[in-house]
Design a protein around this ligand. Structure first.
Ligand code: GDP
Ligand code: MG
Length: 730
């Protein structure tokens, strides 16, 4: 095989696939390439591996060690990965940059928690210890990256390198310790622990593992004490930051079966997951705390980066590292939290929009939105629930702030809808109330019940009022959002009730006006006949019945009294106030007076009154005391009869010209009407009793009427005279 397709370094164990194997990613993904570029495809990879939704339920492990010490081989055995392994013949470095792969499922033994395979394995390019410069720089950077992201660092080392203090591995470990101290300085609040898991390769067995690990610990402590530590950390121990584990593996080529057997045992230990959501602070005792053969991943090692934020976090960390900025993990976590919380909020808002946008469009119409309450609760509940579930794993302060922002934002939109809804509900209540009351009034008036108290306006108003108010409350309380103070409808309810009361008052006022008008008409028609009758017998004057005006006044006051009684009864059933009732009654009496005056005026209209006077005169002149028509004989005292009759009739003119009772005084109108109320409405002229209130005919009219009457009487006389002459002539 030529070197062409090897350059990618992506050859799996079967050695068959090509560079663009991104669809299966069987050999994982190159997160950082040889040009120190961070891959944009990590989210895609984690999504394809079903890891993106794992929350905290995943682990990250990285391997370190010199080049060609069997690191990739080890990882493949431990995690079922397919990192490329150096070809025995070619002996060329295969791992460039940093690769990452998800542990492949152990199908024979399914893990009940599904956690066993949620392991991200990082294969880090090693140095061969000969080349310096560039390599050293990358080594430092990748160590930082691995420390910032991984819980466990596997340190791969040949048995024969143990105790070689100056060896390449020791240089690497020094780097790891240094960068870890740097990280710790920026992140003192969280005890950032990691496990250094030493795998001693090609263990022949002469030296027991315990001895090897003792030697390594001594070397590690020496490296630690040689480090220049930052102020405050001078006395710190290596175990303050790291736990250590040591395992040895047999020679892969010489003892292949034993190698497989041991790697399988180790494989199990990496899958004995400890529930990662449980935060357990590990002690600082390192090795002894765990007990041999137990699970590897302790909660204390977990970097607490939710899986869906891992790509963003890892690339952010890497950017900081390659640009040689101080790596500050807490601020990286905050930045990550901001970024992810914004993303999550956007997703949740999109879901919210799907439910609420149709309502927001409809709201423009100002109508009541059916189903608004449940939709709001659903939309808000889902958005906030979703946000809390996904965002809650991120930096607490950022999460809480973003959650409050989101809620405020969404509530703000709901608030607009609720305000509109409440006002639409209120409008509808007002409309229904008005329609119903008006309808009832119309019906009552049409069936002629209006003047009686056969239905109780007040009761109808109260019933209808509580009906529409109850409906308003029922629907308005649908729009209540728990925890949102603004969504209560108290104010709207108060103003609705005030509006209904105002409408009831207005409708009652209108009804009372109509009632007054109706009663006025009734009085007019009731009064017509009696007044006409009294005018026909205007000269009658008896002790019991009194004169014309006594009788007219009596008829009028009786009719008006009945009308007012009817009005008062009806006003009671309208639930009118005493004042409204008094105003109405006063107006009715006042208008009734107008009715009487109009009727009188009609009676004394020129033609009418002249006719009446003529009848009166003729009754006297042409009929005798017994009511028998006279037939004049020349001997009859025709002139004298004429004069007496004429004078008697003429006496009626002053009587009808002024309304004056037989007692000689004007009728007690002022007393009858009562004092005008303080503020009656404008449909009545205010009338003080004016000076000539009781004048029916003015002086001039009286003279005019006398003249005309006399002329007419003269004509009657002349005709009577002529009839005598002609009868003599026969
Ligand atoms: P890496 O560069 O550290 O990733 O090393 P590789 O996994 O690519 O392996 C380098 C070479 O070492 C390959 O030829 C492997 O076959 C060989 N190798 C792998 N494991 C062992 C081992 O346990 N002992 C020995 N002696 N060689 C091994
Ligand atoms: Mg390798």
């Amino acid at each position: 095989g030529g070197g062409g397709h090897n350059r990618s370094g992506s050859i799996g164990r079967n050695g068959t696939h090509t560079e663009d194997d991104s669809s299966t990613c069987s050999s994982g993904i190159q997160v950082i390439d040889e040009n120190k570029e961070f891959t944009p495809y990590l989210p895609t990879y984690l999504t394809a591996q079903n890891l993106i939704t794992a929350g905290f339920s995943y682990h990250v492990v990285a391997v370190f060690g010199s080049q060609s010490t069997g690191k990739s081989t080890l990882l493949n055995h431990l995690f079922g990965t397919q990192f490329s392994v150096m070809d025995e013949q070619a002996r060329r470095q295969t791992t460039k940059g940093i690769w990452m792969s998800r542990a492949i499922e152990d199908t024979k033994k399914p893990d009940p928690r599904g956690m066993g395979n949620n392991i991200l394995v990082m294969d880090v390019e090693g140095t061969d210890g000969r080349e310096r410069g560039e390599d050293q720089d990358f080594e430092r950077k990748s160590a930082l990256f691995a420390l910032a992201t991984s819980e466990v660092l596997i340190v791969n080392i040949w048995e024969h390198q143990v105790g070689l203090y100056q060896g390449a591995n020791m240089g690497l470990l020094k780097t790891v310790f240094e960068v870890n101290l740097g990280l710790f300085l920026k992140d003192r609040s969280t005890t950032h622990r990691s496990l250094l898991f030493f795998v001693i390769r090609d263990h022949i067995g002469h030296t027991p593992l315990q001895n090897l690990s003792n030697t390594l610990m001594q070397d590690l402590n020496r490296i630690w004490s040689s480090l220049s530590k930052p102020p405050g950390l001078e006395d710190s121990k290596i175990n303050d930051f790291f736990d250590f584990e040591f395992v040895a593996l047999p020679h892969k080529i010489l003892q292949p079966e034993k190698f497989v057997e041991e790697t399988q045992k180790l494989r199990k230990r990496f899958r004995e997951g400890i529930a990662p959501e449980v935060e357990v602070m590990s002690g600082s005792n390192g090795v002894d705390q765990r007990g041999d053969g137990g699970g590897v991943f302790l909660p204390a090692y977990h970097r607490r980066i939710p899986a869906d934020g891992f790509p963003h976090y890892a690339s952010g960390v890497w950017t900081q590292i390659v640009t040689n900025k101080d790596l500050d993990l807490p601020s990286q976590q905050e930045l990550l939290a901001q970024y992810r919380c914004d993303e999550i909020a956007a997703t949740c808002t999109a879901g919210f929009n799907e439910i609420m946008s149709p309502f927001e469009e409809q709201a423009q119409s100002g109508k009541v939105l059916e189903g608004l309450g449940s939709a709001m609760k659903e939309a808000l509940g889902e958005a906030m629930g979703g946000f809390e579930e996904s965002g809650g794993r991120y930096h607490k302060g950022v999460f809480e702030r973003k959650r409050d922002d989101l809620r405020e934002n969404l509530e703000g939109r709901l608030r607009g809808l609720v305000v509109g809804q409440l006002s639409a509900l209120s409008k509808r209540a007002v409309q229904e109330f008005t329609e119903e009351i008006t309808g009832i009034l119309k019906l009552a008036n049409a069936s002629g019940q209006s003047a009686s108290s056969s239905y109780d306006f007040a009761a109808v108003v109260n019933q209808t009022r509580s009906k529409v108010v109850d409906k308003f409350i029922a629907e308005a309380s649908e729009s209540y959002i728990p925890g949102a103070e603004w969504s209560n409808y108290d104010n709207e309810l108060t103003s609705l009730q005030a509006a209904l009361d105002e409408i009831a008052t207005r409708l009652r006022g209108e009804e009372m006006k109509r009632l007054v008008a109706r009663l006025e008409r009734a009085i007019r028609s009731k009064l017509a006949e009696p007044v006409e009758l009294e005018f026909r017998r205007m000269e009658d004057n008896s002790k019991e019945k009194g004169n014309l005006w006594d009788r007219v006044w009596k008829a009028w006051t009786e009719t008006v009294g009945e009308g007012v009684d009817g009005f008062v009864a009806r006003a009671g059933s309208l639930n009118a106030t005493e004042k409204e009732r008094d105003i109405g009654a006063w107006k009715l009496r006042k208008k009734a007076w107008g009715v009487l005056k109009a009727k009188i005026e009609e009676e004394v209209m020129e033609g009418n009154i002249l006719l009446k006077l003529r009848e009166n005169f003729e009754d006297r002149f042409r009929y005798d005391e017994q009511g028998v028509p006279r037939v004049w004989k020349p001997t009859d005292p025709i002139e004298q009869t004429y004069t007496t009759s004429r004078e008697a009739t003429l006496k009626l003119i002053p009587l009808i010209s002024h309304i004056r009772l037989s007692s000689g005084s004007e009728p007690p109108l002022t007393q009858f009407l009562g004092d005008p109320p303080a503020d009656f409405e404008e449909d009545v002229d205010e009338m003080g009793i004016v000076k000539d209130e009781f004048e029916v005919l003015s002086e001039a009219k009286q003279v005019d009427l006398s003249t005309r009457f006399k002329r007419m009487a003269d004509a009657v006389f002349v005709e009577a005279k002529r009839s005598t002459v002609s009868s003599v002539g026969e």
